[in-house]
Every structure is written in structure tokens, then in C-alpha cells.
Design a protein around this ligand. Structure first.
Ligand SMILES: Nc1ncnc2c1ncn2[C@@H]1O[C@H](COP(=O)(O)OP(=O)(O)OP(=O)(O)O)[C@@H](O)[C@H]1O
Length: 253
């Protein structure tokens, strides 16, 4: 109903996230709303993968997952690696048969995805014989093949050129209503996402719509960034929005 606050797909309220006894992100509060495209930024080790892992556990089967270490099997062909995105949807027998003789339906679907991702003609090539950028695209193809509403990506466009990064993001966006993507390209974060979550020093220090942010705000996340940013870092830490005040639009406006 108009005027009703929309419900987040997932929310954390003052939660500690980490590994075993090690807290990486302390007292983390954030919410992901339907339709949002979120760029997750922060220096190496800030906790981006840790947060994505926690989101993934909460969202379970509703999220397609494109991990940083692609998790591809180098000995297997591109087709088989992409097919693994939906391995659990088929019977063991079908999966075994598919290894020997690819199933017609999945072959056609994977082939279309590979064409869209610039992997035409590589369906039978073992992943171990691909370039880094090609492997990255296979990992994206496998995540797209899962056909979920939500996409979680850990630096899925890290090892491709800027032009290709745009194309890949467009493909991901076209197939998913909601995205959370870790990346290091700050300009891309501002130009192609609705919202930024910025991590630094074990905290979420930015949680804001991109139209309220500048490159200098994002530079402040990185200790090595140009110190010419004019605003002191304390002032660039943006408060959490009040979910009650947020109508449902493309995520929250
Ligand atoms: N499986 C793990 N077990 C224990 N500690 C871990 C594990 N994975 C990550 N860490 C630690 O958690 C902290 C955050 O790591 P994380 O991988 O989440 O950062 P990141 O922002 O994704 O970094 P990068 O940009 O380098 O991928 C680091 O100190 C890291 O050493």
C-alpha cells in the first residue's frame, strides 16, 4: 500500500560479524531493500567478503553468488563449470549423463549466456586454459545461470577492462532486481549503483544513496587515497537512514 514502509530483504542490527572469535565488523547495522543496487567498498581486509558471506547465509537460495576466488574447476570445460550453477536442480543421473553428453536444454541456455558474456566458441575449452578475464566471465555466467532475484558478487569485475566492466554490470543488472557487489572502482560505484556501503576500520562508515556522495567521500574509505580530500573523515561518516522513513521505490530513494 502507498505510504507503507517497505520491508528489507535482510537486515543486521548492531551485530558482530567475523570468523570464529575474530570480530571483523562490530555492531553492524544495515538493511538491504528490494530493488536496490548496492556497491560495497572498502580497503583490502575491511570485511567486504565477510559481509557478503553473512548476507549469503541469510539470503540462502534467493541469492546468486559470484565469489572472489571463482571456485571454478580448471579441468572441466566452460559449459560444465557454468552448468554447476544449477547442479542441485537436476538428478544425480542427469548430472552424470551431462558430464559425458551435455543435455540439450542446458547446453542451449549456457551457450546463450556465453555469447552474451563474450565467451563464444569457448564452451568446450577447459577453464584452466582461459585467461584471467575469461575465467572471471565464466564465474559470472555460472552465477547468472542460477537465475535468482538477487545477485551477490565479490569483486566480479575486478580483472576486466573498464569498458567490459560496464558491459558485465549491465548484464548482471538486467537479470537481477537487487544487487550487492564489492568493487574497488569508485567512479563505477557512483555512476552505476543506487547506494554505497563503505567499510573502514571494522565499521560501516558510509550507508548512503549515491546521489548524496562524492568521490572524495569514497576516497576517505582508503587510507592510501589522496589526502587532498577536503572534508575531514569524521564528517564523511554518514548516519544510518531511518527505515521507517523510507518508502519503497527502486529500493529506497
Ligand atoms: N575464513 C577466514 N578465517 C579467519 N579470518 C578471516 C577469514 N576470511 C577473512 N578473514 C579475515 O577477516 C578480515 C576481513 O577479510 P575480508 O576477506 O572480509 O576483507 P575484504 O574487504 O573482502 O578484503 P579484500 O578486498 O582483500 O578481498 C581480514 O583480517 C581477514 O584476514
Amino acid at each position: 500500500m502507498a505510504g507503507e514502509p517497505c520491508r528489507p530483504l535482510v537486515a543486521f542490527e548492531a551485530e558482530d560479524l567475523g570468523h570464529g572469535n575474530q570480530v571483523v565488523l562490530s555492531r553492524l547495522s544495515l538493511a538491504l531493500y528490494p530493488g536496490e543496487r548496492v556497491a560495497l567498498l572498502g580497503p583490502s581486509g575491511a570485511g567486504k567478503s565477510t559481509l557478503l558471506g553473512a548476507l549469503r547465509r541469510r539470503l540462502d537460495d534467493s541469492a546468486a553468488w559470484c565469489p572472489q576466488q571463482h571456485g571454478l574447476v580448471p579441468q572441466l570445460a566452460v559449459y560444465h563449470n557454468v552448468y554447476m550453477g544449477r547442479l542441485t536442480e537436476h538428478s544425480t543421473l542427469a548430472n552424470l549423463w551431462n558430464l559425458v553428453r551435455p543435455l540439450a536444454g542446458p547446453w542451449r541456455e549456457v551457450s546463450e549466456l556465453c555469447d552474451a558474456l563474450g565467451l563464444t566458441g569457448l564452451m568446450r575449452r577447459p577453464v584452466g586454459r582461459l585467461s584471467g578475464g575469461q575465467r572471471q566471465r565464466v564465474a559470472i555466467a555460472r552465477a547468472l545461470y542460477q537465475q535468482r532475484e538477487l545477485f551477490l558478487g565479490d569483486e566480479p569485475v575486478a580483472s576486466v577492462d573498464p569498458h567490459q566492466a560496464l558491459r558485465l554490470l549491465a548484464l548482471i543488472e538486467a537479470r537481477h532486481a537487487t544487487l550487492v557487489i564489492a568493487l574497488h572502482q569508485r567512479e563505477l560505484a557512483l555512476s552505476h549503483f543506487d547506494r554505497v556501503w563503505g567499510l573502514r576500520d571494522g565499521r560501516l562508515v558510509i550507508d548512503a544513496p549515491t546521489h548524496e556522495l562524492t568521490l572524495a567521500d569514497l576516497d576517505g574509505l582508503y587510507p592510501d587515497a589522496d589526502a587532498s580530500a577536503e572534508t575531514p573523515r569524521e564528517d564523511r561518516s554518514l548516519p544510518m537512514p531511518d527505515p521507517e522513513a523510507l518508502p519503497c521505490a527502486r529500493g529506497r530513494p
